[in-house]
Design a protein around this ligand. Structure first.
Ligand SMILES: C[S@@+](CC[C@H](N)C(=O)[O-])C[C@H]1O[C@@H](n2cnc3c(N)ncnc32)[C@H](O)[C@@H]1O
Length: 573
């Protein structure tokens, strides 16, 4: 933890070096957010509250001078050399440099998950953030190793790179945690020191574009002493401007006495905030989460070509599609269309109303699973994790809760959308419930054969599929009854039956598959209730056809187990 004394020395150093800090601001150290800037009285001004001369900034030029090379030596991260410089300035005691008071106030312990214990990290398992951490660590290790190699600096902990190279399964998180636990002080040539510098960079650096309008790389950054003491609050109105060789911080906020002077780090999601800064914002309106799906490449390529609103941005690997769920748009149309695409039958050329609705159910199952995980983790009890830092447990709970909220909103939107679609397209569908009501004779026959007294019994007695197949065959036989059915069988059901019956190729396997089912019902049903099951064609072939008809035109809503016969029409949002 930074001491009051170090903070005072740093502010003093800045002021002696022509930094202007408005007299109405003071800095204090808090346990919840580290160093914090406070307004000593009301402030509302468009004048800079802080202005820092260029020579106080920590820029790539300092690193280039120190190591005698250009920053571009590092092929990947344009800030790698500067990060190594920061590690050296912090962890090499012999460096008595001009900026020392600044490096002294950079906290040694950072809050990002990269700096948590292994026990704490285990609580993130199963989430995207856990995978990202591992991925990022691997990237940072490679970046560090390559840079040291170019600079011909002997790394201190070589095992980490060799471990990484030798096996895909090398546990980077474990290595980093154990290394930190074993070493009180790091050498600046260790990966631990570089990782710290990278954590400092992600949590405090500013875009170089602010001081260099010709800077072509938007990722290039610099450290901005004093202004980097300001904490973040969403939507704070601030400006960083460079004039007369000074970088100025301006806020348009109306501050009252005792208010915190905030900066604005950008519109970040919970995941970004946690990974880059180690804290979260309550009710973050910029929050978003990802829905990542591993699928075969062909399915993804077809979806891309199908005009579903999907773009290359949704394809993060050949076999991986990804969609963003945001507070503003918890259920993007593209996701729903994509799931409709996944539920398409071979016989459907494009997403249909049926496949769309089925896709929504599939999506809902995935969301419910996710919701379960986040719900459980948002209720962790710190008392059960004695070896963990209670603050870390709190932040994990908060993160899980933010994910839970997003998924919950997505699920709610999905359920509402499905209800709306069913309502607006009611002319294209008929529920089996209403057929059951209309076809009294058929309903009574189910009472005699399966003991089904009311419609709901079909589900509870597990007779839904059989009943649907029986009714489809009855519908196909509609003209064979001496008396008309008393209601009109929707034409599309009858037509689909004829179409399938005319084109289906029935194999021995199909017959074998249906044999038990058929023998259970026939000839018993025909003998018992000939007026329903003894007229027309009730052969096994009819049931094999009815099964395909069911695939094509029946959608069974997961939420209610309610089957709907649906006209085959293209559909997407
Ligand atoms: C640019 S620094 C701000 C100065 C920092 N407070 C310090 O002690 O040096 C960013 C770090 O401050 C902390 N921080 C910033 N905004 C915060 C907030 N709203 N709530 C809690 N911590 C915050 C986080 O630890 C973050 O990584």
């Amino acid at each position: 933890m930074v001491s009051e004394d170090q903070l005072e020395k740093f502010i003093d150093f800045c002021k002696r070096n022509d930094t202007n800090i408005d007299e109405r601001i003071s800095f204090k150290i808090t346990s919840s957010a580290g160093i914090t800037a406070i307004a000593k009285c009301a402030i509302h001004t468009q004048d800079p509250l802080i202005s820092v001369p260029r020579r106080l900034l920590i820029t790539r030029e300092l690193a280039e001078e120190e190591f005698g090379v250009s920053s571009t030596v590092s092929s990947g991260n344009c800030n790698a050399l500067l990060q190594l410089y920061i590690a050296k300035m912090k962890f090499e005691p012999s460096t008595k440099r001009f900026h020392k008071p600044y490096f002294d106030i950079l906290p040694e312990t950072l809050n990002q998950p990269y700096f948590w214990s292994l026990e704490e990290l285990q609580l993130l398992k199963g989430t995207d953030i856990y995978l990202l951490l591992k991925q990022n660590l691997r990237r940072i290790i490679k970046e560090w190793w390559e840079l040291l190699d170019i600079l011909q600096i002997e790394p201190v902990d070589k095992e980490i790179y060799h471990g990484l190279k030798s096996s895909e399964d090398f546990d980077v998180l474990r290595y980093v945690c154990e290394y930190r636990a074993k070493h009180q002080k790091f050498s600046w040539k260790s990966f631990a020191a570089y990782l710290w510098a990278s954590g400092i960079f992600t949590s405090r650096a500013f875009p170089r574009l602010v001081i260099d309008k010709d800077c072509s790389n938007l990722n290039e950054a610099f450290l901005y002493p004093v202004v980097d003491l300001l904490n973040h609050k969403n939507d704070t109105q601030v400006k960083w401007i460079f004039e007369h060789e000074n970088v100025c911080f301006i806020t348009s906020e109306k501050l009252k006495k005792g208010d915190q002077v905030f900066n604005n780090y950008g519109d970040k999601s919970s995941e970004d905030l946690l990974l880059s800064y180690g804290f979260l914002q309550d009710n973050n309106r910029y929050d978003r989460t990802r829905l990542t799906l591993r699928l075969d490449n062909e399915t993804i390529e077809q979806a891309l070509a199908s005009n579903l609103g999907m773009t290359k941005d949704n394809v993060i690997a050949d076999d991986c599609a990804q969609f963003l769920i945001t507070v503003k748009d918890p259920l993007p149309n593209t996701v729903a269309n994509f799931f409709g695409h996944l539920c398409k039958l071979k016989s459907e050329a494009e997403v249909t109303l049926r496949s769309f609705l089925e896709g929504q159910d599939e999506l809902s199952s995935i969301l419910i699973q996710k919701l379960d995980l986040f719900k459980k983790r948002s209720k962790l009890n710190p008392a059960d994790y004695e070896s963990c830092n209670p603050d870390v447990i709190q932040i994990i709970k908060k993160y899980m809760n933010s994910e839970r909220k997003l998924i919950h909103a997505s699920l709610e939107a999905l359920q509402k959308s499905q209800k709306d679609i069913l309502k607006t397209n009611s002319a294209l569908m008929v529920s089996f419930r209403s057929i059951f009501k209309m076809d009294k004779k058929f309903a009574d026959s189910l009472l005699l054969s399966f003991g089904v007294v009311k419609y709901e019994d079909l589900v509870t007695k597990n007779r839904l599929r059989e009943s649907l197949l029986l009714w489809i065959v009855r519908a196909a036989n509609k003209d064979s009854y001496p008396q008309k059915l008393g209601y009109t069988v929707p034409e599309f059901i009858f037509d689909t039956f004829q179409e399938v019956s005319g084109s289906i190729v029935i194999e021995r396997n199909d017959v074998a598959e249906f044999m038990d089912f058929y023998k259970n019902l026939f000839p018993g049903l025909a003998d018992k209730i000939p007026e329903v099951f003894g007229q027309g064609n009730w052969g096994i072939r009819q049931f094999i056809v009815a099964d395909t008809v069911m695939d094509r035109v029946v959608y069974i809503r997961k939420l209610t187990h309610e089957p709907y016969f649906i006209v085959r029409v293209p559909f997407k949002l």
